[in-house]
Design a protein. Structure first.
Length: 196
């Protein structure tokens, strides 16, 4: 049930929008779908969901959302990106689709589709000293991986081989995986904590 907490917009151009809205509502946030520039005006933070990062990047231009969203991010709007959302928030992208432009905000380089095709999706338990127990249950679906982080970036979770899959840069959080699929709430809570 939606509460009286901070208002969180969920970018609703493509991808797992409903799942994020449902989870945020359960955590007491007031949620709204962001489809037009005016939808950005009243939000305290934003979630950029998974989907196809190249398509979302193109749609940001088609609906006129790119520049207004960039302006809000530059003003310090807290943001959380999952999978494609992480790609959008990264400063640098390896294997970008033709014409794809990230929004930036997390000083990291990510590689698109690092784990293969849809049928190579998997789930894993990840240790996270920042989040504590139990381990993070993570669903990787055509997921990116973080290949480089800047000095301002904190790694929140990594694969057993050490590759980062959850990062934080100031008020920006990004995960390679889909916590909304496994019922993992700690990353959404971390975003809400930054909104007061």
């Amino acid at each position: 049930m939606a509460g009286s907490g901070p208002r969180v917009g969920v970018l609703a151009l493509q991808g797992g929008v409903r799942e994020h809205i449902r989870l945020l509502d359960e955590l007491g946030a007031r949620t709204s779908a962001v489809r037009r520039p005016e939808d950005l005006e009243e939000i305290d933070g934003i979630v950029l969901p998974g989907g196809e990062s190249g398509a979302i990047s193109r749609l940001l231009d088609v609906v006129g959302l790119r520049e207004p969203l960039l302006a809000r991010l530059r003003e310090g709007l807290p943001a959380y990106g999952t999978c494609a959302g992480l790609i959008l928030l990264a400063d640098r992208v390896e294997g970008a689709a033709p014409g794809q432009r990230p929004l930036g905000g997390i000083d990291a380089t990510v590689r698109r589709n690092a784990f293969g095709r849809q049928n190579e999706s998997f789930e894993a338990d990840l240790a996270s000293p920042d989040l504590g127990d139990p381990p993070v249950r993570a669903a990787f679906i055509r997921a990116p991986v973080v290949v480089q982080v800047g000095a301002s970036v904190r790694v929140l979770a990594a694969l057993p081989d050490g590759r980062p899959v959850a990062v934080e840069d100031g008020v920006r959080i990004g995960t390679s995986f889909h916590p909304e699929v496994t019922g993992e709430t700690r990353f959404h809570r971390r975003l809400l904590d930054r909104l007061g």
